[in-house]
Ligand binder design. Structure first.
Ligand SMILES: N[C@@H](CCC(=O)N[C@@H](CS)C(=O)NCC(=O)O)C(=O)O
Length: 219
């Protein structure tokens, strides 16, 4: 089974799906959608996802799923050998859902609100309040990790994939230092030893960070 995933590995939600696919041992062909070249606004792509966001996963019978969170829930529900990445237990399931909504509603918007003016409106100054939103989100993460090694307990779940992709991208603006955010720092180190980490997140996020720094310098 080989999926087609539309997107680019520079994008955090695309990387969160690539992490999940790797964890499940599933193959995918990444079909590049260049956002800067506005390929996501072409009719052909809008037919797949009217919201024109990446990632979009094409599943076996020509059906499409978009939103990285919906994609990862689908992949685990459909293909995982056990439910550890997205537990069926109602309470644990709700905790994972809460974290996924936190990524959608708090973490990723903190990133998007800086990226969009930078990449699409050529603004090079980031207002301080946007940095404050990142710091506040990191402090919430410190709380979530208070008693556990991962974001939903002592076992890795899909929430960790989403947080990993978003937080390592937010580090382009505010790096996670061990003295300020010790639990988040330790969790990042824990995630970096995943065998597929470098390939699907580590190397692409460096490209993203380099791009952000170029933009901040006004290039
Ligand atoms: N909640 C969505 C966010 C997807 C998203 O906003 N992706 C950005 C790239 S990182 C995008 O496609 N932007 C183009 C657009 O919004 O038109 C998800 O998790 O898939």
């Amino acid at each position: 089974m080989k999926f087609i995933l539309y997107g680019t590995e520079i994008s955090p939600p695309v990387r969160s799906v690539l992490l999940c696919l790797k964890a499940l041992g599933l193959e995918c062909e990444l079909r590049n959608i260049d956002l800067l070249a506005k390929e996501h606004l072409k009719e052909e792509f809008i037919r797949k996802n009217p919201q024109h966001t990446i990632p979009v996963l094409e599943i076996e019978d020509g059906k499409y799923i978009w939103d990285s969170h919906a994609i990862n829930c689908y992949l685990v529900n459909r293909y995982a050998k056990n439910d550890s990445l997205y537990p069926k237990d109602h309470y644990l399931h709700a905790i994972v859902d809460q974290r996924l909504h936190f990524d959608s509603g708090v973490l990723f918007p903190a990133l998007r609100s800086i990226n969009y003016p930078l990449f699409y409106h050529n603004e090079h100054e980031v207002p301080e309040w946007k940095y404050d939103c990142i710091r506040e989100a990191y402090l919430f993460c410190e709380k979530f990790l208070e008693h556990y090694n991962y974001f939903c307990g002592n076992t890795l779940t899909i929430a960790d994939f989403h947080f990993l992709a978003t937080i390592t991208s937010l580090e382009a603006y505010i790096p996670v230092h061990g003295d300020q955010y010790p639990r988040l720092f330790a969790w990042l180190k824990r995630m970096q030893v995943l065998p597929y980490y470098n390939e699907v997140n580590g190397l692409p996020v460096h490209k993203f960070i380099e791009l952000v720094h170029q933009k901040l310098r006004g290039h």
